[in-house]
Write a protein that binds this ligand. Structure first.
Ligand code: ATP
Ligand code: MN
Length: 480
C-alpha cells in the first residue's frame, strides 16, 4: 500500500469522502471531554472535528492534546452527527508533533483584544480573525494581478532603493553603509555621500511611479505592486511606515478615463472577495458586529460588512470637483458649528480625513472621487489645468477610511513640467531622466496609487491598519 499523504481540511470538508482513511495535520483549537478536537490547519476558517478514541489512546498523548499543540491524526471520515459540519474524523491514532504548554501558551480559547494580539504578532495568525485576514489578503494579491492580466497590463518591478527624493522630501528612510559614529566628511563638514555605497544619497522608495513611467512610455499599460516606505510620524489607524502599493500607469489616458479605471479596479477587488472569500467574510462580519456593540450608537455602521461591500460594488461612485467639495464642506453643519478640528475657511485648504469622511459617510453616503485639486497641495508632476490654479489630480475616498487612492494625469509638456520643478526648487540633477521622457516621444499618461492595506482594511472591516499586514511597521515598532 502506498503511503497515505496528508489531506487539507478545506479539501476534506469540500469533498466529504465518507468511509475513506485519511491523515490530517494541524493545530488544536480546543479539546473537549477528552475526546473532541477542533483542528485547524489554516486552509479554511472552519475547524475539523477529530474524535479521539480515548479508550485506546495512551494517557500521555491525551494530556498533550491541548490548545495550540500541533498534531497529526489518522482515521476514517464519517458523517458528522454534530451541527454545522458535514464530516468528522474518527481517529485511530493521534501523534503529537509539537506540544504547547497550557501554562504558557498565550492564546487560550477566550476573547483577546487586537491590541494584545499585536504584542504577539508571531502567534496571532493562529486566531480566526488573523487567519481570515491573511487568507483574504492573499486572495486580493491574486485578484490584483488577475485584473491587470485580463486587461493586458504588464507588471513591472521598480527599485526599492532610490536615488531621487523628489517626491518624499523629509519623509524617507535613508539607505547607507557609512559608519554612523564616524562618517566621512566633506571639507565643509557635511557627511560625504560620495564615500557611501552608491556614491550618492539613497533612500527607500516612497512610490514606484516615476520609474514605472519609463516603462509606460514604451509598453503602454503597466503597473507596479511593491513595498513602499514612508518615515511620516503619523500615528493614525491608516498609516504604516512600510506598506504595499499598486500603481498602474496608462499611456494615452486622461483623467476621466483614469477615474473609470480606478472605480472598475476597486469594484473588481470587492467582487472577487465576495465571490471567493465568503466563509472568511462571514466570520469577519460577525467579529465586526460584535465590536460595534461596544461603540456609541452614532459611530456604528448602518450596514453589516457584506452589505457594505455589496453597496460599493453596486453603486456608481460620486464624481465631484475639489471646488464643489469645498463649497459643500464650508456650508456643512460640522463646519458651521465648528465641530471640525480643521475648519474649512475657503478654497485652497488641504482636505483632512475628517472632511473626506464627512463627504463620503454623511453627505453622499457613497464612495466619492474628488478631482481637479489646487496645484499647490499636489505633486509637481500632475498635469496643469487651463485655469492656472488646479491640476488634473483625483483621490478616491472610501467610508471608514478616507483616501484609498491618489492619482493624476501627468504633465506631459516639457516646458510646463520644467517650470513647475523650478518653482518648487526640486534639484533638476535628480530628475534629469524623468524630464527627458518629456523630450523623447512624450505622451499623456495617467496613473494612480492604491494603498493595498487600506483596501484590505475596507474589505475585512478592520479598524486599524496594523491588523491587516502580518508585521506592521509604525513609529517605535519593528519588534518582529
Ligand atoms: P494620506 O493623505 O492618507 O497620507 P497620501 O496623499 O500621502 O495619503 P499618496 O501619496 O497619494 O497618499 O499614496 C497613494 C495611496 O497610498 C494612498 O491613497 C493610500 O491608500 C496609500 N498610503 C499613503 N500613505 C500610506 C501610509 N503611510 N500607510 C499606508 N497606506 C498609505
Ligand atoms: Mn501621506
Amino acid at each position: 500500500m502506498s503511503k497515505k499523504s496528508r489531506i487539507k481540511i478545506r479539501t476534506l470538508l469540500q469533498k466529504a469522502p465518507v468511509g475513506e482513511q485519511v491523515i490530517v495535520k494541524g493545530w488544536v483549537r480546543t479539546f473537549r471531554n477528552n475526546q473532541f478536537v477542533a483542528l485547524n490547519d489554516g486552509s479554511t476558517i472552519n475547524n475539523l472535528q477529530v474524535v479521539v478514541d480515548y479508550e485506546n489512546t495512551d494517557e500521555k498523548i491525551l494530556r498533550k492534546i491541548t490548545t495550540g499543540a500541533c498534531i497529526s491524526a489518522e482515521g476514517t471520515v464519517v458523517e458528522s452527527p454534530g451541527r454545522g459540519q458535514s464530516v468528522e474524523i474518527k481517529a485511530s491514532t493521534v501523534e503529537i508533533l509539537g506540544e504547547a504548554d497550557p501554562e504558557k501558551y498565550p492564546l487560550q480559547p477566550k476573547r483577546h483584544s487586537l491590541e494584545f494580539l499585536r504584542e504577539i504578532a508571531h502567534l496571532r495568525v493562529r486566531t480566526n480573525t488573523f487567519s481570515a485576514v491573511y487568507r483574504i489578503r492573499h486572495a486580493m494579491i491574486f485578484a490584483v494581478h488577475k485584473f491587470f492580466q485580463e486587461k493586458g497590463f504588464l507588471n513591472i518591478h521598480t527599485p526599492i532603493i532610490t536615488g531621487s527624493d523628489a517626491e518624499g522630501a523629509g519623509e524617507m528612510f535613508r539607505v547607507t553603509t557609512l559608519d554612523p559614529v564616524n562618517p566621512p566628511l566633506t571639507e565643509s563638514g557635511e557627511v560625504d555621500y560620495k564615500e557611501d555605497f552608491f556614491e550618492k544619497e539613497t533612500n527607500l522608495t516612497v512610490s514606484g511611479q516615476l520609474e514605472v513611467e519609463t516603462a509606460c512610455l514604451a509598453l503602454s499599460d503597466v503597473y507596479t505592486f511593491g513595498p513602499t516606505f514612508r518615515a511620516e510620524n503619523s500615528n493614525t489607524s491608516r498609516h504604516l511606515a512600510e506598506f504595499w502599493m499598486i500603481e498602474p500607469e496608462v499611456a494615452f489616458c486622461d483623467l476621466d478615463e483614469l477615474m473609470g479605471l480606478a472605480e472598475e479596479f476597486v469594484k473588481y477587488l470587492v467582487a472577487y472577495a465576495l465571490e471567493n472569500c465568503a466563509d472568511d467574510l462571514a466570520f469577519l462580519e460577525k467579529r465586526l458586529a460584535e465590536e460595534e456593540k461596544h461603540k456609541p450608537q452614532q459611530e456604528r455602521s448602518p450596514m453589516g460588512l457584506v452589505e457594505r461591500l455589496n453597496f460599493v460594488r453596486e453603486n456608481e461612485f460620486v464624481r465631484l470637483t475639489y471646488t464643489e467639495a469645498i463649497e459643500i464642506l464650508r456650508r456643512s453643519k460640522p463646519n458651521q458649528k465648528k465641530k471640525f478640528q480643521y475648519l474649512i475657511e475657503g478654497w485652497g485648504a488641504d482636505l483632512q480625513s475628517e472632511h473626506e469622511r464627512f463627504l463620503v459617510e454623511k453627505h453622499f453616503k457613497k464612495p466619492v472621487i474628488l478631482f481637479n485639486y489646487p496645484k499647490d497641495i499636489k505633486a509637481f508632476y500632475m498635469r496643469q489645468n487651463e485655469d492656472g490654479k488646479t491640476v488634473a489630480a483625483m483621490d478616491v475616498l472610501f467610508p471608514g477610511i478616507g483616501e484609498i487612492i491618489g492619482g493624476s494625469q501627468r504633465e506631459e509638456r516639457f516646458d510646463n513640467l520644467q517650470a513647475r520643478v523650478k518653482e518648487l526648487e526640486i534639484p533638476e540633477k535628480d530628475l534629469w531622466w524623468y524630464l527627458e521622457l518629456r523630450k523623447f516621444g512624450t505622451a499623456p499618461p495617467s496613473g494612480f496609487g492604491l494603498g493595498f492595506e487600506r483596501m484590505i482594511q475596507f474589505i475585512c472591516g478592520m479598524g486599524n491598519i496594523r491588523d491587516v499586514i502580518p508585521f506592521p511597521r509604525t513609529p517605535g515598532n519593528a519588534e518582529f
